[in-house]
Design a protein around this ligand. Sequence first.
Ligand code: UD1
Ligand code: CA
Length: 458
Amino acid sequence: MVVVAILAAGRGTRMKSNLPKVLHSLGGRSLIERVIDSVKPLSPTRQMVIVGYQALEVKAAMQSIPDLEFVEQNMQLGTGHAIQQLLPHLEGYTDDLLVLYGDVPLLRTETLTNLLQTHARHQNAATILTAYLDNPKGYGRVFCNNDNIVQQIIEDRDCTPTQKQNNRINAGIYCFRWQDLAKVLPHLQANNSQKEYYLTDAVSLLEPVMAMDIEDYQEILGINDRLQLATAYEILQKRVKEKWMTAGVTLIDPASITIDDTVEIAPDVIIEPQTHLRGNTVIQTGSRIGPGSLIENSQIGENVTAQYSVVTDSIVQAGTRVGPYAHLRGHAEVGAGCRVGNFVELKNTKLGDHTNVAHLSYLGDTTAGNQVNIGAGTITANYDGVKKHPTNIGDRTKTGSNSVLVAPLTLGNDVYVAAGSTITEDVPDDCLVIARARQVTKPGWRKKTSESAKNADS
Ligand code: UD1
Ligand code: CA
């Protein structure tokens, strides 16, 4: 049984931001959401988030996450003081407390599992994650005897020059036997350079405390400023790309591609340069995405191509060609074997199978059937300035170039709309509809115009 505490009360001054630090986004999810996601598989009995600075904002942003308890730390007097706030909430609790920081977002669940297992196996009072860093500046240094038993943790700013030589650092991730920690928490002293109550001081009051070295030190990177945020993003991207390439996805020029870790990609997908895959996107096998595309929260079927296009919150079925330069958004659904091409925008629009919208069109709030051909420059006028209206287009219907379909409007099956028409009334099945002024051709026009110009001069 384990209770998780996530520290998120600090100011995060070095971010220089109005947004609380733990709410900054890292690859589509906030720092603290990432921490919460990493503990989810451990099925903690309780998850307590310690909030203080901008507590309202932090709580509001996490409202939709189930089973979180918020504990207020009204003054931020240090990490030890933060954990002291748990005392009234965990009275009588006898099992383990896993302490995480809201600004350390790259931890793997396996690492935490490892920590909990080591803790249990050795029956430690506390087990802490440690690492050897080439540049340990800013981190607390961990001093151990030969058996990885921790004697002391000294903060960087409190270290003597000799102590600073020790490059074994405290990652800030701990598992405590709660009943032992609860006993020593009230005895923490703030006699250090920051006049804070350090959680790390509890370590010298507990017995035994064991250090567990982490294999991949990148996991414990803490985010204190925007530079570290960017570094964390790089690490995350490297992890994600390696995972998909190993799983059979081709990335052409990986450095120019970004992929959120929420995206799913089937083997034999090819991702071309300058392409960005975000959110809950799924891409099926055989598809070729990019170059230059952005796909967000969308389902892409098998053997789809999407060049220089933006697809958000939409579905594209197998074998459809998207782009170049198409924009699908607002729950667009495109059937199989379609073409949605050059400079076409689809918003909240559903196309059947083998339907083409190949050039220069806007379809909004539209449903079109199978084998429809939307001619170049066809526009649905779906907005009257107050409300949006729907357009329905039957199977095999064809619109001529530069048609305007004024919604609400229904065109039946097998309708032909003449080029340049502005259609304002419903059209039944199997009709040709023409709605434009008849052409007038006036011969001898040049002579006439030059004579009237002469008359005007005199
Ligand atoms: C802490 C550790 C240090 C470790 C480092 C790892 C202590 C005293 N030091 O230092 O040994 O190497 O983390 O990243 O614990 N917080 C609160 N309330 C507070 C103070 C902090 O919730 O009163 C939260 C912060 O929001 C942050 C976390 O605790 O998420 C760490 O606090 P921070 O002040 O950044 O500690 P470090 O100096 O990084
Ligand atoms: Ca920190």
